[in-house]
Design a protein around this ligand. Structure first.
Ligand code: NAD
Length: 475
């Protein structure tokens, strides 16, 4: 049932002009399941011309009509949710129920932006003299280059494409080569819903070649990237060199602080669910578990019980709660982080090993008393590892939470309103979720501070990134 994936340029599906293809691997079996076409510079040039023409058409389509087309795309996605979820699971590894949630969240996010299309208001500014009319209008910024990762193969795309479409921009998406078939389904839904040719284009290939070509191309006016901090810094520099607007959604290293007065059931259940979702390959995954001394051992014991009971297997198999890691790089990285954490004094309380020798499966892993110098306490592990450390005071916990250059998500559990309010103010983080898992909704901003990025996706901030403000003064 898995299909080969082509490029989508100027309203047509086609192979790369050089005839090159990249293999796609099922991470649960390590089998090659298909191919994806590789774009050459000729193809990219055609995509840019198409996006330029597409922009001139789409920007003139009234917002109400843009919204209607977008809502139709969501309806198509919902009709096909089972098929698309299976593709996501096969190419990315996540369990089918998570994949289905992703398709539904994708449709919902697209609908949210469809509504936002009709609300991109300007404002009237009181003038200093009679007969002067001063006002602002919001205009689409122009053709966009969007780069998205493999952990949420289609949700990451709508966060960019739907915001761009709502604003009246055209887009070239460089989607992940590891998970190409589900993005192709998403783009098909937009095309079938009536998005005109050239407005959404989909390319795959050598990531650095594509980003260098597109970001430096004068037609492209805006860059949006989700991925690692290291790559984000390179792309942001290139965008700066060419004076392009840029949104950067980068890595995180979320602290999860549990105070002794917390509802322990809620903390253990919430944080274990959030930790092992998508095998920990989520930028807002909790990583540094900071537990107040008096409840440290109880928390670890209960968290380990949850982690050890997670059924790991092929995402398509009934009962699977955690799939394989998405690729071999992750498996090797996680193995290295765990060995290093043990070498530097951490104690494995559960997990710590690859499962079997076929498929990139890894045990849900809990490491207690990890050294602050362990690599995984400093670099984003992006995998199923929880590092747990005790803390004594509020100030100690906040100091550790803010120690790293990352600042994406932070979690905390306490029944004290005073502590909760103080945490909200003290944590250097783009998003803070206290006593529940409240992040990543279409209507709320999603973004980081410090090395975790620049700008927000989601919420009204999400569409702002694709609009520029023009001031008009008229007598
Ligand atoms: P990576 O940095 O090589 O790639 C991450 C993504 O960026 C991929 O989709 C890749 O195709 C793309 N990419 C890489 N180099 C690029 C370039 N020069 N131009 C344009 N796109 C480029 O890392 P990886 O091994 O695929 O993933 C592991 C790391 O990536 C993780 O440790 C994590 O920090 C980060 N990541 C973050 C997110 C997120 O949601 N923020 C998602 C996936 C990966």
């Amino acid at each position: 049932m898995y299909q080969d994936t082509l490029l989508y340029i100027d309203g047509s599906w086609r192979g790369g002009s050089a005839g090159e293809m990249i293999a796609v691997i099922n991470p649960a079996t390590e089998e090659v399941i298909g191919t994806v076409a590789k774009a050459s510079e000729v193809d990219l040039g055609e995509a840019v011309s198409a996006a330029q023409r597409g922009f001139s058409v789409w920007r003139k389509v009234p917002a109400l009509d843009r919204a209607q087309i977008m809502r139709r795309a969501s309806a198509i996605l919902r009709e096909r949710e089972d098929r698309i979820a299976r593709l996501i699971s096969i190419e990315q590894g996540k369990p089918l129920y998570e994949a289905l949630n992703e398709v539904r969240a994708t449709a919902e996010t697209n609908n949210w932006f469809a509504e936002e299309a009709t609300r991109s208001y300007g404002r009237v500014i009181p003038a200093r003299g009679e007969g002067i009319h001063q006002f602002t209008v919001r205009e689409p910024v122009g053709p966009v280059a969007a780069f998205t990762p493999w952990n949420f193969p289609i949700l990451q795309i709508v966060c960019k494409v739907s915001a761009a479409l709502a604003a009246g921009c055209s887009v070239i998406v460089k989607a992940p080569e590891e998970t190409p078939a589900s993005p192709a389904e998403l783009v098909s839904a937009f095309a079938e819903a009536g998005v005109p040719r050239g407005v959404v284009n989909l390319v795959f290939g050598e990531p650095s070649e594509i980003s260098e070509y597109l970001i430096s191309h004068p037609v492209i006016r805006k860059v949006s990237f989700t991925g690692s901090t290291a790559v984000g810094k390179q792309l942001a520099s290139l965008a700066g060199l060419h004076m392009k607007r840029a949104t950067m959604e980068l890595g995180g290293h979320a602290p999860a602080i549990v105070f002794s007065d917390a509802d322990l059931d809620a903390a253990v259940t919430g944080l274990s669910t959030q930790k092992f979702k998508n095998a920990g390959q989520v930028c807002i995954s909790p990583t540094r578990f900071l537990i107040q001394e008096s409840i440290f051992e109880t928390f670890v014991e209960r968290f380990v019980e949850k982690a050890a009971s997670i059924e790991v297997g092929d995402g398509l198999a009934a009962g699977t709660r955690m799939g394989p890691l998405a690729n071999k790089r992750r498996l090797e990285a996680i193995d290295a982080y765990v060995s290093d954490a043990v070498k530097t004094g951490g104690e494995i309380r559960t997990g710590g090993k690859r499962i079997g020798n076929q498929g990139y499966f890894y045990e849900p892993t809990v490491i207690a008393n990890a050294s602050i110098d362990a690599l995984a306490m400093n670099e984003e592990p992006f995998g199923p590892i929880a590092l747990v450390r005790p803390f004594r005071t509020f100030d100690d916990a906040v100091a550790e939470a803010n120690r790293l250059p990352y600042g994406l998500a932070a979690y905390a559990y306490t029944q004290s309103g005073k502590i909760a309010a103080a945490l909200g103010a003290a944590l250097e983080s783009g998003m803070v979720s206290i006593n529940h898992l409240g992040l990543s909704l279409p209507e709320t901003p999603f973004g980081g501070v410090k090395d975790s990025g620049v700008g927000s996706e989601g919420g009204t901030e999400g569409i702002d990134a694709y609009l520029s403000t023009k001031f008009i003064s008229q007598v």
